[in-house]
Design a protein around this ligand. Structure first.
Ligand SMILES: C[S@@+](CC[C@H](N)C(=O)[O-])C[C@H]1O[C@@H](n2cnc3c(N)ncnc32)[C@H](O)[C@@H]1O
Length: 286
């Protein structure tokens, strides 16, 4: 596998606290969603092949593999890919292959129609508006006919309070600057259906942030997670043109902490999954 597919960089790349944020995200999201795989994949099948694109530190993939019976793990193939290897655990986790690969670059030909499940969570805006459908089409091509694709993306149009609403507005500004969309999540179901994916289903989760969390531990974890996201985002926003003044950027982190700890917040996620058709080709135009 070539290691030179980083045609661009992840905008939080280089943030030393990103690893902590990823771990917190996994705890908070898992507590709300309750399971990791919604697509009805037979996880007990010997020789299971799963790809997690934009895997970061592979926490989702590790959790899934750890949940599978030891007896069925022998010939499985769990692959995590990411545009950067910055967050890959070293040495790699047992039974997991981690490779540098952008979702917007051609995938290895030998992976075509290979995976029982292709998964990606919270990374699709890395594919700009002009290439997002190409990226999704490429994911579908990696799934074996009859296999499954599962995508999880946030909907930033839902906020409980004004500070969180400002956070999402700033995120939209940064995404706009990057030429990408803040509004992918509500479109996933249609996009997959248009690509000929069958049995497309969606579940929407309102992940509680801060005071709305079901436990003190999750309250602290989710508030810290948002704190780290804002820190990385305001750093990026400070170096580009946004609708926020320097003072507003400076105040955003403390305002959000106050709001989520006193009133609580919400982070909406769309989980969408569907099955690659057993019969090809795809609808015309796709
Ligand atoms: C918010 S993190 C999500 C990580 C992981 N999926 C999770 O849910 O814990 C976004 C990830 O997308 C990766 N990424 C950004 N652009 C990418 C691209 N073009 N191709 C593949 N991965 C990319 C980043 O390096 C980062 O690890």
């Amino acid at each position: 596998m070539a290691e030179d597919k980083n045609e661009t960089h992840y905008f939080l790349d280089g943030n030393p606290e990103e690893l902590e944020r990823l771990q917190l995200g996994q705890s908070v999201i898992k507590a709300c969603m309750r399971k990791l795989v919604f697509a009805p994949v037979d996880l007990d099948k010997p020789g299971l092949q799963i790809l997690d694109s934009a895997t970061a530190d592979s926490v989702w993939l590790r959790d899934v593999r750890n949940s599978i019976a030891l007896s069925t793990r022998e010939k499985d193939m769990f692959v995590g890919t990411d545009i950067t290897n910055t967050y890959f655990p070293r040495p790699p986790p047992e039974g997991i292959t981690l490779l540098t690969q952008s979702m917007t670059q051609p995938w290895p030909q030998e992976w075509a129609s290979r995976f029982d499940l292709v998964h990606q969570r919270m990374a699709l805006p890395a594919a700009s508006k002009t290439v997002v459908l190409d990226a999704l089409r490429a994911f579908v091509d990696l799934v074996k006919p009859g296999g499954w694709i599962q995508l999880v993306e946030p909907d930033h149009s839902i906020a409980l309070g004004p500070a969180m609403a400002d956070f999402f507005r700033l995120l939209s500004d940064v995404f706009k600057f990057m030429g990408t969309g803040p509004d992918y999540a509500p479109q996933l179901k249609k996009w997959l259906t248009d690509l000929g994916v069958e049995d497309v289903k969606e579940e929407i989760f309102d992940v509680p942030i801060g005071k709305t969390s079901p436990s003190d531990e999750l309250c602290a974890q989710s508030a810290r997670m948002i704190e780290l996201v804002i820190k990385g985002l305001t750093q990026v926003a400070g170096s580009i043109h946004t609708s926020f003044s320097a003072e507003e950027l400076h105040q955003l982190g403390p305002r959000i902490q106050e709001e989520v700890l006193e009133k609580g917040g919400v982070f909406r996620l769309h989980c969408v999954w569907g099955r690659r058709s057993l019969s090809e080709p795809r609808p015309a135009g796709y």
